[in-house]
Design a protein around this ligand. Structure first.
Ligand code: ADP
Length: 445
């Protein structure tokens, strides 16, 4: 009996050994991620059968899931490739390239189109920030560098236009936009942005501005003649007019005055946009300039029952200003203050003084004010607030747009504070050094 049981045990050990030998290669492969090997089930059931069935089922399930995972990965890769190809095509079509600057590794990567925009082969080499600055037109380099470093410091989005010089020496105009991406602790981690070649668009805009400038110039002579002769007729130079004739002539004269002013605004805008305006500052007594304008507009203000006030600042030294530019600013602000103030109760108050940033001009009225919803648009071309349109149908919405352009040229700042029914105050902050000089062949009208 004892002999028989010890024989059975020997047999079991052999079975164990055999089964382990069958299991080993399958498990060894599985450990290194290879689930391709099958575990053959024993022909006759024994105490290992259950384990073998379990391992084989596990291997098959994992294999199936891995196959699914691989198929999913392949489809994701195809989708990503398709998206990248579509993005590259869109970039090429719109001449818009993109870049990304990983701040921690200091690696800047460019899209293929960005290389093409800069006249290089896609991905021909990595371009560092200092190399990128060298590709920018020398006259625009400092400005671009400043905009980007300010955006980096403040973590704000940025936008600018600049020129580049291609390896063949030609010049292109780019429009750049970008933003800073912060990490979870709020530190800048990446900067990314786009650059679009807008050279053709700029050339078209220039052609349009030149056309507009030419048409306005041609219109001015006949309009001046109309104004002159209608003025003479109105004064009775060619004989007395009956009331109806007088009314018609009055309307012709008023319309020509308005048209001349509109044409003047358009001419000024196109001259500035074409970069043709010269600024020639010379020391001037600003008290006198302001007072002269108040005198010129005194009749208009009186007709509307509006009181204008200005207290000259006697301590003010002579300041370098371009008289044409200064006149344009003060005249537009005064005309608006008079135009948008209710008759008989109106008051316009002007100040000009020195502060630590330079010189500040303020024109304050107690007129209709600017509704909060209109305030962000007030310096846009042709924009007029709805209360202004109802109050006075004759504006063009060009005056403040022009002033904003002019202020950019002379590096002055223009802004306002306003409340409906209470009035508006417009501010113009001139830099300490007065207006900066600018070369150009034309003056403002
Ligand atoms: P315009 O006066 O010919 O309409 P502007 O460009 O000078 O054009 O002004 C744009 C708009 O700004 C005006 O239509 C008006 O809505 C608003 N605005 C300008 N100045 C004043 C002011 N002093 N008071 C109230 N609204 C003003």
């Amino acid at each position: 009996m004892k002999e028989a049981s010890s024989k059975k045990k020997v047999l079991d050990q052999q079975l164990v050994q055999k089964r382990l030998d069958q299991l080993r290669p399958v498990l060894a492969s599985a450990v290194v991620g290879d689930f391709s090997k099958d575990l053959k089930l024993p022909e006759v059931d024994d105490e290992f059968t259950e384990l073998f069935v379990g391992v084989q089922t596990m291997v098959e399930v994992i294999r199936e899931q891995l196959d699914e995972l691989h198929a999913h990965n392949r489809s994701l890769k195809t989708q990503a490739n398709e998206k990248t190809a579509a993005l590259e095509e869109a970039q090429a079509l719109t001449h818009l390239g993109s870049w990304q600057w990983d701040i921690t590794t200091n690696i800047i990567s460019w899209s293929d189109e960005l290389y093409r925009i800069y006249g290089m082969q896609p991905q021909e080499r990595l371009v560092s920030f200092s190399e990128f600055l060298l590709l920018i037109h020398p006259n625009d380099r400092d400005r671009v560098s400043e905009v980007i470093s300010t955006a980096f410091k403040r973590g704000e989005p940025f936008e600018f236009e600049h020129r580049i010089t291609l390896p063949d020496g030609s010049e292109r105009i780019l429009h750049g936009m970008g933003k800073v991406v912060k990490d979870s602790s709020g530190n800048p981690a990446r900067m990314l942005g786009t650059s679009q070649d807008i050279t053709e668009q700029k050339q078209l805009e220039r052609a349009k501005d030149e056309f507009l400038s030419l048409v306005s110039h041609q219109l001015r002579t006949p309009l001046t003649v109309t104004k002159l002769y209608s003025g003479m007729l109105r004064e009775g130079v060619a004989g007395e007019l009956n009331p109806q004739q007088e009314d018609y002539v009055h309307r012709i004269h008023e319309a020509s005055v308005r048209m001349i002013s509109l044409v003047g605004d358009i001419l000024n805008i196109s001259r500035i946009e074409l970069g043709r305006v010269k600024v020639q500052p010379a020391p001037a007594d600003v008290n006198v300039l302001v007072q002269t304008h108040l005198n010129e507009l005194a009749l208009l203000a009186k007709e509307k029952g509006i009181v204008m006030e200005f207290t000259p600042n006697m301590k003010l030294p002579k300041i370098p200003v371009d008289i044409d530019v200064f006149n344009l600013i003060i005249e537009n602000l005064l005309v608006n203050a008079i135009r948008y103030t209710r008759p008989s109760e109106g008051k316009v108050y002007v100040t000009f003084g020195a502060n630590k940033e330079g010189y500040l001009l303020t024109v304050k009225d107690n007129g209709i004010g600017i509704p909060a919803s209109a305030q962000p648009h007030i310096f846009s071309r042709f924009y007029r607030a709805s209360n202004a349109v109802k109050f006075d149908t004759e504006g063009t919405g060009l005056g403040l747009y022009l002033l904003k352009l002019v202020c950019d040229v002379i590096r002055a700042k223009i802004w306002f504070e306003s409340e409906t029914h209470r009035g508006s105050t417009f501010f113009v902050q001139f830099p300490l050094e007065g207006m900066g000089e600018k070369e150009g062949e034309l003056t403002l009208e």
